[in-house]
Design a protein around this ligand. Structure first.
Ligand SMILES: NC(=O)c1ccc[n+]([C@@H]2O[C@H](COP(=O)([O-])OP(=O)(O)OC[C@H]3O[C@@H](n4cnc5c(N)ncnc54)[C@H](OP(=O)(O)O)[C@@H]3O)[C@@H](O)[C@H]2O)c1
Length: 313
């Protein structure tokens, strides 16, 4: 019999790259650098073996420093950790892709990323300003490059050994289908917002049928209102199985075949979020079928503007 406590160690096979990716991952979209480094260290010490960062989060340096400190303690090695980072919108021009990846790797103190994602399908005006705006405050998009142009440059990074696998983030099903049709290296992972209020079943079914892992961010609802952690169905299941609402949401995400990402600055919540074990099948079904609310918390998919990062003044 499978031990329910083994759920936290679930690995998802990847169509290319490091073979498999831990299902349960820790995200580092944390505004404060000291808190980021402490949280990344605490996550590794709690058992997480996947760290997600991005050029845009400005947390790569802290994630790199946290990994180095943990590696020096000798219990966890580089090859034990699956590291994800992302190409920002201002670097979609093919000639900017490799330098952007190399800059991320330098900050992370790594030779390669296990997964490199195109952060959003929107190209912004190329340059050092990550949030280029016109005089009216509107984002300046770059019409001179397509998602496929950027994807083709990403494929080059795999053959150059800069990353083991590549993928897409904040994309629609149609955008994934277009890239899959045209790609030489298929997306290994599609990274999007997903939780019981935004289950994305069509995208998940397509990903499963095509050997793509769906990685689910905001798996706990990002502390946004209405609070997913207070949803009556989640709270009732949590009471019944003697787990916390966060543990229920993470278990549900893994058991339905996605790879959830969660974030916390709080060491005890970080530990709580790794102590995930399998729910009975009827509880998984109750969450899938019983929650009817449909809410997207992050509007990044509509504009490419990060929904969870406040605009700099
Ligand atoms: N590609 C994209 O566009 C994109 C967009 C958004 C996020 N992401 C990635 O996905 C990661 C996860 O997203 P997220 O931050 O929205 O995740 P989340 O885990 O749904 O939300 C994090 C929030 O939940 C709270 N929290 C965490 N564990 C908790 C627990 N056990 N009980 C109660 N509250 C808890 C945290 O507060 P405390 O810190 O106070 O514990 C924080 O406010 C990000 O870090 C980032 O790596 C990607």
């Amino acid at each position: 019999m499978v031990n329910p406590d083994d759920l936290r160690f679930t690995k998802m096979p990847l169509s290319c790259g490091s073979g498999a990716m831990p299902a349960l991952g820790f995200g580092t979209l944390i505004p404060d650098p000291v808190a980021t480094k402490n949280a990344a260290k605490a996550a590794l010490e709690a058992g997480f073996r996947l760290l997600d960062t991005a050029e845009r989060y400005k947390t790569e340096t802290e994630v790199g420093a946290a990994m180095q400190e943990v590696f020096k303690q000798g219990k966890i090695k580089r090859e034990d950790v699956f590291v994800i980072t992302k190409l920002w919108n201002t670097n979609h021009r093919p000639e900017r892709v490799k330098p952007a990846c190399e800059a991320s790797l330098k900050k992370l103190q790594l030779d390669f990323a296990d997964l490199y994602l195109i952060h959003t399908p929107y190209a912004f005006q190329p340059g050092d300003d990550q949030d280029p705006r016109d005089a009216n405050g509107n984002v300046i998009y770059d019409q001179g490059v397509t998602l496929l142009d950027t994807w083709t440059a990403m494929e080059g990074l795999v053959s150059q050994g800069k990353c083991k696998a590549i993928g897409l983030s904040d994309v629609s099903l149609e955008q994934v289908q277009d890239i899959v049709k045209a790609a030489k290296v298929k997306p290994a992972v599609v990274h999007v917002e997903s939780h019981p209020y935004l289950p994305q079943w069509d995208l998940l079914n397509y990903c499963k049928a095509n050997g793509i892992v769906l990685q689910a961010f905001a798996a706990l609802g990002h502390s946004s209102e209405p609070k997913l952690l207070d949803d009556p169905v989640i709270v009732a299941v949590a009471k019944r199985v003697n787990k916390t609402p966060a543990q229920v949401l993470l278990a549900w995400a893994i058991q339905r075949g996605t790879a959830p990402l969660t974030t916390s600055k709080n060491p005890s919540r970080i530990q709580e979020n790794f102590q995930v074990s399998a729910l009975p099948d009827d509880a998984v079904k109750e969450i899938s079928d019983g929650i009817k609310s449909r809410i997207r918390f992050n509007t990044v998919v509509n504009t490419g503007i990060p929904g969870f990062i406040p605009r700099a003044k």
